[in-house]
Design a binder for this molecule. Structure first.
Ligand code: HAM
Length: 420
């Protein structure tokens, strides 16, 4: 495009063809599996009060500190609004606003759609990206944590994604202060080995010192949250692990894992996929038992996660298992009577679940066959005046260039049999 001002913004993506198909596949499979776990859909606004995220995601989270797209809405009495950087705060708000925390607190909800964060763009990290998320309310028991992790495991296996599931517990309001103090002391003792990012985190959000990627080696000697757990948090974590083993779910305990959002308590988890480079986390979430109350609701437990649809699609492509969306057959026809026949044959083939592309009759046979091959079609169904007169089509196998006449009524079956 010659006019630079009309190109897309940095960090904003167009998804076309196979990329869009892979994203849709992730969304379709996630929806199908979530529904089997009796999770109901919720749709929430893309635009919310910025204050919603300050209160929930946390003032010291990267999202609120530097990544939100905000503007002042003149129609709303000068309210500062933000494009949603994540779905959890909006879902909690909707849950409380509908009064469910008091009338029917146990809820299992899923949502999907675009999220916006002004991050430094790189492979797998965009400024508009898509999440498919789940939030469960009113379930403080470890069986709920385990059920969500079992579901995530099922989804990743269903997609045939090579993945690793990491879990941790970061304690609760009761036991976390001791862990936080230990981390602060450790950081002071290792001050010179830590970079500026970590120094800044020390006062604002000491747990995130463990997230200092540059200093991954240094943080190996940092204290572990597992050594500071109170009996309740330890019992909860043991319960989760036991149920995961009962369900034969493979996981790794990573005591260094902390999450970048402030609302988490107890169980935290991340799923990473191969072939993605630095941005390898495809699913992330955890428990947030105090959040509903912080947002003005009742004291109701909460837990959830979001999967990054863009990253999951990239991981499928990296593993060579993304669906191509290529047609099984392309129909090539010339003339009015052949066009009518093409409509009939096309309908029959689609009724047999075949993916059919109809090619423009404006070009030469050779060009159209080349186009069908380029689209990834295995067969060409060729219809001219002679074929119409005989009630047949020419079925051409584009793989070996063999061709034979097949009666119209048998085309769909002939292709289906050949594809088996
Ligand atoms: P999060 O870790 O910020 O958690 O994001 C979840 C997932 O969204 C990430 O693991 C990643 O796959 C994807 N993601 C995040 N940022 C980007 C980006 N800039 N570009 C591409 N993909 C991205 C949350 O958002 C929490 N709300 C999850 C949650 C739900 N916790 C409890 N309930």
């Amino acid at each position: 495009m010659s006019d630079l001002e009309l190109t897309r913004l940095r960090g904003f993506q167009d998804s076309l063809g196979a990329d869009a198909r892979a994203m849709s596949l992730v969304e379709e499979r996630a929806r199908a599996i979530f529904e089997r776990y009796s999770i109901k859909e919720i749709r929430i606004p893309v635009l919310e009060r910025a204050q919603l995220y300050v209160r929930s995601s946390g003032e010291t989270s990267d999202i609120v500190e530097k990544q939100m797209y905000t503007f002042t809405d003149r129609d709303e009495g000068e309210t500062v609004v933000a494009l949603r950087p994540e779905g959890t705060p909006g879902v909690v708000r909707a849950y409380v606003e509908a009064g469910l925390d008091r009338t029917d607190p146990e809820q299992r909800l899923f949502y999907s759609g675009p999220m916006f964060r002004r991050e430094r763009p790189q492979k797998g990290r965009y400024r508009q990206f898509y999440q498919f998320g789940v939030e469960v309310f009113g379930r403080p028991d470890p069986a709920c944590d385990a059920e969500l992790l079992i579901m995530i495991d099922e989804l990743c296996r269903d997609l045939k994604l090579p993945f690793t599931m990491e879990i941790n517990t970061i304690g609760d309001q009761k036991c976390r202060p001791a862990f936080r103090n230990a981390l602060v002391q450790w950081a002071r003792a290792h001050w010179d080995e830590l970079d500026d990012d970590c120094h800044n985190r020390l006062d604002r959000n000491p747990l995130r010192i463990l997230d200092c990627k540059k200093d991954a080696e240094v943080t190996k000697s940092a204290p572990s949250s597992l050594d500071f757990l109170c009996d309740e948090c330890r019992g909860h974590f043991e319960g989760v692990k036991d149920l995961l083993s009962a369900a034969d779910v493979k996981y790794v305990v990573n005591p260094r894992m902390v999450r970048g959002l402030d609302y988490y308590t107890r169980t935290a988890f991340e799923v990473t996929a191969e072939g993605l480079g630095a941005q390898s986390t495809v699913v992330a979430g955890g428990r947030y038992d105090g959040l509903v109350e912080v947002m003005g609701g009742a004291a109701v437990a909460g837990i959830g996660f979001a999967l990054g649809v863009d990253r999951m699609a990239l991981a499928l492509e990296a593993a060579g298992i993304a669906p191509s969306g290529a047609p099984n057959a392309a129909i090539i026809f010339w003339g009015a009577s052949a066009a009518r026949q093409a409509m009939v044959v096309g309908s029959q083939m689609r009724a047999a679940n075949l993916n059919v592309a109809m090619l423009s009759p404006e070009r030469k046979m050779k060009t159209l066959l080349a186009r069908a091959w380029k689209m990834g079609a295995r067969f060409a169904v060729i219809i001219g005046v002679d074929e119409v007169a005989q009630g047949i089509v020419q079925l051409r196998d584009l793989k070996n260039s063999s061709q034979r006449g097949v009666p119209v009524a048998e085309v769909a079956r002939a292709i289906t049999d050949a594809l088996k």
